[in-house]
Design a protein. Structure first.
Length: 203
């Protein structure tokens, strides 16, 4: 099973403009997403990818005896918001992983962009295991997953034009606009506009 401790390599200065250029956006647009999703850091204090386990998704993604075991363990329930989330998801993830690793990984959001494991194909990986292992290795892999996800879901144009409502709806679901996600993205973008970009020569 994945133990979630990899190389944990942080972003190099060149990574944001280099990877952002794949969808023709600059550092400010990328920074805005990373600030809102993960406060700009892809790893926790133990060097594991930042993670948020979602019990309602584990319920949706499981069935039969796997679902029964997750429900019994308090790790799956039908509706979001039934119980408060702990500050650290890893205790939950490890138990869920021991029941069904694929469900546990798919029901968790990972890394800089908090990409759900169930979105592994959009992020560029054949399996959630492959995605999480790559995310354990580096923030650059996490960022590439974000860009792949944006591209796969047709959101690059919204990001380039700073259509934060459309981006919010496509990235985190239509309900996110009601929670002010788009205003957080806009505010983060304005903050980074006032900060000089990395002098790399990448356009």
């Amino acid at each position: 099973m994945i133990d979630f401790h990899g190389a944990a390599k942080k972003l190099d200065d060149i990574d944001l403009p280099r990877i952002g250029a794949l969808i023709s956006v600059g550092e400010d647009e990328i920074h805005a997403i990373l600030d809102v999703e993960s406060s700009g850091s892809g790893f926790d204090a133990q060097g594991r990818p930042k993670a948020l386990y979602e019990p309602h998704l584990a319920y949706r993604l499981s069935s039969g005896s796997v679902r029964e075991r997750l429900v019994t363990a308090g790790l799956a329930y039908p509706r979001w918001g039934e119980h408060p989330y702990p500050k650290d998801s890893y205790a939950r993830i490890l138990v869920a992983q021991s029941i069904d690793e694929t469900v546990a990984l798919k029901a968790t959001s990972w890394g800089l962009g908090q990409i759900l494991g169930s979105n592994h194909k959009a992020a560029g990986y054949d399996t959630p295991q492959a995605m999480v292992l790559a995310f354990c290795a580096s923030e650059a892999a996490q960022l590439k997953g974000v860009v792949n996800f944006i591209k796969a879901n047709g959101l690059a144009g919204a990001l380039r034009s700073h259509d934060w409502v459309k981006l919010a709806e496509g990235y985190n679901g239509k309900s996110e606009a009601m929670h002010g996600y788009h205003t957080k993205l806009s505010a983060a973008f304005r903050k980074w506009q006032a900060i000089p970009d990395t002098p790399t020569g990448v356009s």
